[in-house]
Design a protein. Structure first.
Ligand code: DX5
Ligand code: ZN
Length: 220
């Protein structure tokens, strides 16, 4: 079966205090730390890169759930492995031609391979990656257009989550964008088990309460 993974998005943290922000989230009950690696050719923003993952790894043993929003994810497999990434989730829109090689290299680097899809990408496009001989182990359904934290959750993306959960009972299904106390039940009942949450967790007076609420909803 699938287990809940609550993954605060460090994009909403105080980057000048990244190590203590990470420690605070883990202390508040986070399972994973979600790391948004963005390049301006894929999204209209520029965030963290490999050196930041490398620096953070020296301060924590936590699972670093890396979400690659770059046009050339293959170029980052080896650098991110060396830097200490745990999960490597690339976007299908960037990797239609070379995903088998990409997945194989992520796995042989000891990381967990995942694939993400933008809101406009049909879910059918990722079925071959889940059914491959060397499959992805996580599918990230974007519930906002990638690029920025603090956007509004798109409930219409739950059709994708429901279809995936029906087809693949033990797949890790992650949702990312606009998740918080008011949207978690929609996502959890559709079948998501990995929950990324940035502004709702970091903006809360008591992040531990939000993390625990997200977990309880997935466990229901
Ligand atoms: C958006 C990023 C998300 C973002 C989520 O492109 O992939 O991880 O940080 O932030 P919230 O939870 O604030 O929507
Ligand atoms: Zn993300």
């Amino acid at each position: 079966g699938v287990t809940p993974k609550i993954a605060p998005s460090m994009l909403s943290s105080d980057f000048a205090n990244l190590a203590s922000e990470a420690a605070r989230m883990l202390n508040d009950g986070a399972d994973w730390l979600h790391m948004d690696i963005m390049g301006r050719h894929f999204v209209p923003n520029l965030t963290i890169g490999v050196p930041v993952i490398q620096s953070l790894r020296k301060h924590t043993k936590a699972y670093l759930d890396c979400h690659l929003m770059v046009t050339n994810p293959l170029d980052y497999v080896e650098p991110l492995r060396k830097a200490g990434a745990s999960g490597f989730t690339f976007h299908i829109e960037t990797s239609k031609d070379n995903w088998p090689e990409l997945v194989q290299r992520i796995k042989s680097g000891g990381m967990m391979p995942g694939v993400a899809l933008r809101p406009g990408t049909p879910v059918e496009e990722i079925y071959p990656l889940v059914e491959a001989e060397n499959p992805v182990e996580l599918v990230l359904v974007m519930t906002v257009e990638p690029g920025f934290g603090g956007q509004k959750f798109m409930p219409e993306m739950m059709d994708k989550v429901r279809l995936l959960r029906q087809k693949y009972p033990s797949l890790n299904i992650e949702v990312d964008g606009g998740l918080g106390p008011s949207t978690i039940d929609t996502a959890a009942s559709a079948g998501a088990n990995c929950i990324v949450a940035g502004s709702s967790v970091f903006g809360a007076p008591e992040p531990a309460q939000v993390i625990s609420l997200l977990r309880k909803s997935v466990e229901k």
